[in-house]
Design a protein around this ligand. Structure first.
Ligand code: FES
Length: 109
């Protein structure tokens, strides 16, 4: 398999399904930005800005574990949820096929 489907839950609760390549080493942040989603990603993917915050609606258990740096950054967010991740720390992989995410941002703007 070289492509997966990522589903984005929009603010009006509709779902947009996108086909994502897993053989290019992209992070979910890079993929979402590349599809014109409004993610600032000030730090460029270093887990330092939290503007790439997403809530995982479905498929959270299939993701790589959270590093201390990611955890510390998520902890600073006013809009953190039980299934929050920094999308720059999620490298697109086969296990993510069919997941549903909602773009949250840092909750400050
Ligand atoms: S892009 Fe800055 S934390 Fe993900």
């Amino acid at each position: 398999m070289s492509d997966i489907t990522i589903n984005i839950q929009n603010s009006d609760n509709t779902i947009t399904s996108l086909v994502a390549p897993i053989d290019m080493g992209l992070s979910m942040m890079e993929f979402l930005k590349g599809n014109d989603y409004d993610i600032v990603a000030t730090c460029g993917g270093l887990a330092l800005c939290a503007t790439c915050h997403v809530k995982i609606i479905k498929g959270f258990e299939n993701l790589n574990s959270i590093s201390d740096d990611e955890n510390a950054m998520l902890d600073t967010l006013p809009n953190i949820t039980n299934t929050s991740r920094l999308s720059c720390q999620l490298k697109l992989s086969e296990q993510m096929n069919g997941m549903v995410v909602k773009i949250m941002g840092d909750g400050l703007s």
